[in-house]
Write a protein that binds this ligand. Structure first.
Ligand code: HEC
Ligand code: HEC
Ligand code: HEC
Ligand code: HEC
Length: 239
C-alpha cells in the first residue's frame, strides 16, 4: 500500500474509534439542541418550576419557605455549591453546569436532567426521524438506552427530591436538600403523583411513533392518549 492509502485507512480507523466513543457515552450539552426539534416541549418546559429553579436561589425569593428551612432569605445562594447542584443540569458530570463557567442552557432542571445526557442519543433521534419520514422505518428504543437516554425517570427524580438525611432512598449523600418532609409534609416525594404534576413537568405532545418497544414507562400510553399535536417545526431541525 502506498502512503496515502495507509493514511486514509488510519484516518478512517481514528474516525471509527471516535465515533464509537461518542455513541457509547452521552455527555451533557444543554437544552439548545433539544429545542431545535422539540419546540413544543421546550416552550411548555419554560413555564415550569424546574425551568425557574435557579430563581429560588436568588436573594429575597421564597422568603417564607427559606425561613421555615432555617435558610437566610437575604443571602445569594446562586453560587453556593451546597445548593446549585439540584437547581441546574448535569452538576458534577461531563459537560454539566459549572459555577465558574455558567452556561445558560444548563441553568434550571433541564431536559437532560430527566432524559439523560444528550450528546449521543440526539444523533439517533435525527437519523431515526429522517428514516421514519422517508419510509416509515421505525427504530427500537433499546438503541436509545445504549446511547444513555433514560426511560426510568424515578432514580433521576430521587437523586434531587429524596436526597436528605434519613431518606428512604438508599443513594442519599451530601449535599442534602433543605426541604424535607420534616420541614413540611408537602415536601414528601410521591413519584406517581409528582410525574403527573404539570406545574413542574412539561405537557405531552403526540409522537408519530418513530421509536418502538421497551423500555416504555408504564405511564407512556396514558400521557400519549391525552397528548396535544406538536407545533409544526418539531421535526427536521438541525442537530
Ligand atoms: C436536578 C434535580 C432535580 C431532578 C432530577 C428533578 N427535580 Fe423536581 N424539582 C427540583 C427542584 C430544585 C425543584 C424546585 C423548583 C423551584 O420551585 O425552584 C423541583 C420541583 C418539583 C416539583 C414541584 C413541587 C412543588 O413545589 O409543587 C415536582 C412535582 C417535581 N419537581 C417533580 C419531579 C419529578 C417527577 C422528577 C423526575 C421525573 C423530578 N422532579 C426531577 C429538582 C429536581
Ligand atoms: C439534593 C438536592 C438539593 C439541594 C442540595 C438543594 N436543593 Fe433546593 N430544592 C430541591 C428540591 C427537590 C426542591 C423541591 C422541593 C419540593 O417542592 O418538593 C427544592 C426547592 C427549593 C426551594 C423552593 C422551596 C419552596 O417551597 O418554595 C428553595 C428556595 C431552595 N430549594 C433553595 C435551596 C438552597 C438555598 C439550597 C442550599 C442551601 C438548596 N436549595 C439545596 C433540591 C435541592
Ligand atoms: C422533570 C423531568 C423532565 C424534564 C425536565 C423534561 N422532561 Fe421530557 N418527559 C418527561 C417525562 C416523564 C415524559 C413522559 C415519557 C413517556 O411518556 O414515555 C417526557 C416525555 C418527553 C417527550 C415525548 C413526547 C411527550 O411530549 O411526552 C419528549 C419529546 C420530551 N419529553 C422532550 C423534552 C425536552 C425537549 C425537554 C427540555 C425542554 C424535556 N423533555 C424536559 C420528563 C421530563
Ligand atoms: C435533530 C432533531 C432532534 C434533536 C436535536 C433531538 N430530538 Fe428528540 N426526537 C426527535 C425525533 C424525530 C423523535 C421521534 C418523534 C416521534 O416519533 O414523533 C424524537 C423523540 C424524542 C423522545 C421520545 C422517545 C420515545 O420514547 O419515543 C424524547 C423523550 C426526546 N426525543 C427527547 C429529546 C431530548 C431531551 C433532546 C436533547 C438532548 C432531543 N430529543 C434532541 C428529534 C430530535
Amino acid at each position: 500500500m502506498n502512503y496515502r492509502v495507509v493514511s486514509a485507512f488510519a484516518a478512517a480507523a481514528v474516525f471509527l474509534v471516535l465515533a464509537g466513543t461518542a455513541s457509547a457515552e452521552g455527555t451533557f450539552e444543554g437544552r439548545k439542541k433539544c429545542y431545535n426539534c422539540h419546540k413544543s416541549q421546550g416552550e411548555s418546559w419554560d413555564k415550569t418550576l424546574h425551568a425557574k429553579a435557579m430563581e429560588s436561589l436568588k436573594p429575597n425569593t421564597r422568603k417564607e419557605a427559606k425561613l421555615k428551612a432555617k435558610l437566610d432569605p437575604k443571602k445569594d445562594y446562586t453560587k453556593d455549591k451546597d445548593c446549585v447542584g439540584c437547581h441546574v443540569t448535569g452538576w458534577g458530570q461531563e459537560g454539566g453546569y459549572l459555577v465558574e463557567e455558567p452556561e445558560k442552557f444548563l441553568i434550571g432542571v433541564g431536559c437532560e436532567s430527566c432524559h439523560g445526557a444528550g450528546s449521543a442519543y440526539r444523533k439517533i433521534h435525527r437519523k431515526a426521524g429522517e428514516a421514519f419520514e422517508k419510509s416509515q422505518k421505525t427504530t427500537p428504543r433499546e438503541k436509545l438506552v445504549e446511547a444513555d437516554q433514560d426511560f426510568e425517570f424515578v432514580e433521576k427524580c430521587n437523586a434531587c427530591h429524596l436526597n436528605y438525611e434519613g431518606s428512604p432512598w438508599k443513594g442519599a449523600k451530601k449535599p442534602y436538600t433543605p426541604f424535607t418532609p420534616a420541614v413540611d409534609k408537602k415536601y414528601a416525594f410521591d413519584f406517581e403523583k409528582a410525574v403527573r404534576n404539570n406545574k413542574a413537568l412539561h405537557e405531552h405532545f403526540k409522537l408519530a411513533g418513530t421509536f418502538t418497544g421497551d423500555p416504555m414507562p408504564k405511564f407512556h400510553e396514558e400521557f400519549q392518549k391525552d397528548a396535544k399535536p406538536p407545533v409544526k417545526a418539531d421535526s427536521g431541525g438541525e442537530d
